[in-house]
Design a protein around this ligand. Structure first.
Ligand code: KIV
Length: 270
């Protein structure tokens, strides 16, 4: 029920589609971070990057549907305005449109989110069409697809040669025609991102895909300096790594020197 009340106040997906420009997205996995992002962003993605960022996995392949549902529900509880999208994790949708429908229905019902996201090009178009037909809004994800890193041989920029560029453009068209309302374009070069953005009517949301995309998304922990990574396509907006480390150092010094807790932190007897 809570989910339904929150959804009434939320921005509609139609507003995102209509904008087709300057769409602001970030990832969140927890209630507290969602609460902080919600006033500032159009969309919050509960990405399966949670596996690497929160659980310390080497890639996203070990993330389960139950994990995504738990984090999706947490983000919904912390947000009331942004459109919240939850990733379908590896192994929960690729087998068939029916498998995808079962997984996506659970995500929608158990989190109350606005839409699901799935990775894949033209080969996933029938699955996208099936979900959309059943009333489940879908965001596509093409280019560098983290769930396919084994297949593409690591985190490699896509679309640098003519054949790959043509494939990417075909993938974008197929996913848009299948009814996705937006598409994440990850890890490609500006001319390809530009061609894709100009050739489809739905918004493109780039990550490592240049300013040519309609909107941008980044992993929040990367921009806060919490993942210890220095990635070319990421801009750091805060140094929370240093702030957290300093806070822990100061706390440890206070406890060891008996400066904490002080009288102001203690309960008084009657
Ligand atoms: O899982 C994720 O966070 C993503 C974004 C990086 C686009 O898919």
């Amino acid at each position: 029920m809570d989910g339904q009340i929150q959804r009434k106040e939320r921005r509609g997906i139609h507003e995102i589609v209509k904008a087709k420009a300057r769409i602001v997205c970030l990832t969140a996995y927890t209630t507290s971070v969602a609460r902080l992002l919600d006033p500032h962003v159009d969309m919050i993605l509960v990405g399966d990057s949670v596996g690497m960022v929160v659980y310390g996995f080497d890639n996203t392949l070990s993330v389960t549907l139950d994990m995504m549902i738990a984090h999706g529900a947490a983000v919904m509880r912390g947000s009331s305005r942004a459109v919240v999208i939850v990733d379908l994790p590896y192994g929960t949708y690729e087998e068939s449109p029916e498998q995808a429908l079962r997984s996506a229905s659970r995500v929608m019902q158990e989190t109350g989110c606005s839409a699901v996201k799935l990775e894949g090009g033209a080969e996933m178009a029938p699955t996208v069409a099936r979900l959309v037909k059943e009333g489940i809004p879908v965001v596509g994800h093409i280019g560098l697809m983290p769930q396919s890193i084994e297949k593409i041989g690591g985190f490699k920029v896509q679309g640098r040669d003519e054949a790959q560029a043509e494939k990417l453009k075909g993938d974008a068209r197929a996913i848009a025609e299948a009814g996705a309302f937006a598409i994440i374009v990850e890890g490609t070069v500006e001319p390809v991102a530009k061609d894709i953005t100009q050739s489809i009517s739905i918004p493109t949301i780039g990550i490592g895909a240049s300013v040519a995309c309609d909107g941008q998304i980044l992993v929040t922990d990367d921009i806060l300096g919490l993942t210890g990574k220095s990635l070319r396509f990421v801009k750091r907006y805060a140094g929370l790594d240093e702030a957290i480390s300093k806070a822990a150092e100061n706390y440890a010094a206070d406890v060891r020197a008996r400066r904490f807790p002080g009288p102001e932190h203690c309960f008084q007897a009657k």
